[in-house]
Write a protein that binds this ligand. Structure first.
Ligand SMILES: Cc1cc2nc3c(=O)[nH]c(=O)nc-3n(C[C@H](O)[C@H](O)[C@H](O)COP(=O)(O)O)c2cc1C
Length: 195
């Protein structure tokens, strides 16, 4: 069984995209299919390396990992706007019982990474998803002096640009793996309507 893990992100300058790529590596290491999808910037510039998400991608995935740059302590409006177009998916429960996780990138320390991660989890919980973090048994979470948190993967530029630190990379890979393993484990229970 090869779980399909949708990595949905918005990135303007490439930092969030780098986290998305590290998470995709983790998905592949856990023998999953990583599907990278983005949203348009809604007036802001946006990376268009990957295809834009279509609502049907939500129905097809077995797990979802969402990422955004920090925007004044919150997710980018283009992602929020996307979720506001998902009422039909919600009514049909098409994300229910699937594992989810979140990731973010910000420019400075203590400036909204955690609030952005937690806020991004809210629509996913409304959709009945099972939110996964990164456990403290992952060494990168204990050792990091940059990004990476129990709430999700993250990057802090801190004057160093978009390149991920080793711990940020390791935490992001671990998150991709964890969601993929969870997706595989949950498929049968989901199909039986138990979740
Ligand atoms: C309107 C706006 C608001 C922002 N707010 C924050 C913020 O609250 N905290 C922060 O650390 N960075 C903030 N940033 C910086 C970006 O989150 C940061 O540069 C991020 O790494 C960019 O990700 P990207 O390279 O994927 O576009 C903001 C940027 C913009 C344009």
């Amino acid at each position: 069984m090869t779980p399909k893990v949708l990595i949905l992100y918005y990135s303007r300058n490439g930092a969030t995209q780098q986290l998305a790529d590290a998470i995709a590596t983790g998905v592949q290491q856990a023998q999953g299919d990583a599907l990278l999808r983005t949203v348009s910037g809604g007036g802001e510039p946006a990376s268009n390396r990957d295809l834009s998400i279509e609502v049907d991608d939500l129905a097809q995935c077995d797990g979802l990992i969402m990422g955004s740059p920090v925007r004044f302590g919150h997710m980018a409006s283009s992602l929020q706007q996307f979720w506001e177009q998902t009422s039909a998916t919600w009514l049909k429960g098409q994300l229910q019982g699937k594992p989810a996780a979140v990731f973010t990138s910000g420019s400075s320390m203590h400036s909204g990474q955690e609030s952005t991660l937690l806020a991004m989890g809210v629509p996913l919980l409304h959709h009945g998803m099972m939110l996964c973090g990164i456990p403290y048994t992952e060494p990168a979470i204990q050792q990091t002096t940059t990004g990476g948190s129990p709430y999700g993967a993250s990057h802090v530029e801190h004057g160093q640009g978009i390149k991920l630190s080793t711990h940020e990379y390791q935490a992001a890979v671990a998150l991709g793996k964890r969601v993929t393993h969870a997706a595989r484990a949950l498929i049968t229970e989901r199909e039986q309507g138990n979740l």
